[in-house]
Design a protein around this ligand. Structure first.
Ligand SMILES: [Zn+2]
Ligand SMILES: [Zn+2]
Length: 253
């Protein structure tokens, strides 16, 4: 059963005379041309296939609509992905912020407040030589800022096992490890302890001078009344500081 190509109507645009021909006649097929009009004008006059033109138009419209649909779908997909990313970014930001809060005190904010204490005698002020020294390793000389306060980078780790706290000062950088749910008093006592190390030369370590400075700063920041000579060792001194801060934060732990 041979398939006969469907015939289309080809019409001359000049004389409206038409005939039936295949939808795709060869280029030299005489049915493509209106011979009387060609003769009259001296140029080949082509017949046009209206249904074919219409089909083409419908097809073009359909494709345009499809393109539009895909563009809209793509735009919506992109907007959705952006919204999701934004949401994740906010959640991550909130989680990161929540990590720093102990007993209602944000340690990052507390560090910003503590570096401004008068007790440090400007050790964290950016114009201070001691402070610049801490920044040399990380900031290019022409980028060095001389106004405001330097807040050491704090590397905070949350201890999963055990309840003790530990800290270390590296000169411009502090590492702290706190148990999850640590009280504000313990967290702040450790933070100000490490800041006191940052404010003093490395070789001072836990000498008398260190405790004098730390207790002076704690007095200024938290109203703690402590004297190093009242305690027999460093452990007792840090415990006394923590206990004094507990009162300040009204902490039961
Ligand atoms: Zn014609
Ligand atoms: Zn120490």
């Amino acid at each position: 059963m041979g398939r006969i190509a469907k015939r289309k109507r080809w019409v001359c645009p000049k004389c409206d005379d038409g005939l039936l021909a295949p939808s795709k006649p060869r280029m030299d097929d005489v049915r493509r041309y209106c011979l009387p009009c060609s003769e009259a004008t001296g140029r080949l006059v082509q017949r046009t296939c209206l249904s074919k033109d219409r089909e083409r138009q419908v097809k073009q419209e359909r494709e345009a609509a499809k393109r539009q649909r895909t563009t809209v779908a793509k735009k919506m997909k992109r907007a959705k992905a952006a919204a999701k990313r934004e949401e994740e970014r906010i959640t991550a930001k909130e989680e990161e912020a929540a990590r720093w809060i102990f007993g209602g005190v944000n340690l990052k904010e507390e560090a910003k407040r503590l570096v401004k204490l008068k007790a440090w005698r400007g050790a964290f002020h950016l114009s201070d030589k001691r402070c610049l020294h801490a920044r040399w390793s990380r900031i290019k000389p022409w980028k060095r800022i001389r106004r405001g306060y330097f807040v050491p980078d704090i590397n905070l780790q949350i201890r999963r096992k055990g309840t003790h706290t530990s800290g270390r000062s590296y000169g411009g950088r502090i590492a702290m490890t706190l148990p999850a749910g640590c009280s504000a008093a313990r967290a702040c006592a450790l933070l100000i302890h490490e800041l006191a190390h940052e404010a003093l030369p490395r070789n001072v370590w836990h000498a008398e001078r260190f405790w004098l400075l730390l207790f002076e700063a704690a007095h200024e920041a938290y109203g703690a009344d402590l004297a190093p000579c009242a305690y027999s060792n460093n452990g007792h001194r840090q415990d006394a500081l923590r206990d004094a801060l507990k009162e300040k934060f009204d902490d039961k732990s």
